[in-house]
Design a binder for this molecule. Structure first.
Ligand SMILES: [Zn+2]
Ligand SMILES: [Zn+2]
Ligand SMILES: [Zn+2]
Length: 140
């Protein structure tokens, strides 16, 4: 695991640090986590780190294309390791749970929007907002 992540960091031109490896490891377990949840998990696992440094690490990883960042409405940015496929997200408007939705087409652009001339679409950021199954059950 750590070996693969070490490779990945190098491939993406990032210096290998304990902090980056630890964050990648947590994201493996917590897909769609925001910085606060990653921080909480790190602290619970005995890492001594601050929310700010987790933010920085996530920013670096996202900028290098190693993790995907997306921002559900009215929620903090979430990060995930599932990259390189054009999947979308279903976000529960009540509890904020995020679930992956496979793209029917598979690759971007899967929506035929009129992109500006010369513009290459890499990701079609599609977010479905609704009520998740759990919340639907407990709806009053
Ligand atoms: Zn829900
Ligand atoms: Zn996802
Ligand atoms: Zn799609």
């Amino acid at each position: 695991m750590t070996e693969r992540d070490t490779e990945l960091l190098r491939e993406h031109g990032l210096r290998v640090t304990q902090g980056r490896l630890a964050v990648l490891d947590q994201l493996e377990r917590l897909p769609h986590a925001d910085a606060e949840s990653v921080h909480r998990a790190l602290v619970a696992a005995g890492n001594d780190t601050s929310v700010q440094s987790v933010h920085n690490v996530l920013g670096d990883l996202a900028a290098a294309g190693l993790v995907r960042r997306f921002e559900p409405e009215r929620s903090a940015a979430r990060y995930e390791r599932r990259i390189d496929d054009n999947h979308h997200h279903a976000v529960c408007a009540r509890c904020g749970k995020v679930e992956d939705v496979d793209c029917v087409v598979g690759e971007a652009p899967c929506l035929h929007a009129d992109a500006p001339p010369g513009f290459t679409v890499r990701t079609a950021e599609v977010t479905f907002v609704g009520i998740c199954a759990d919340c639907a059950q407990t709806a009053t």
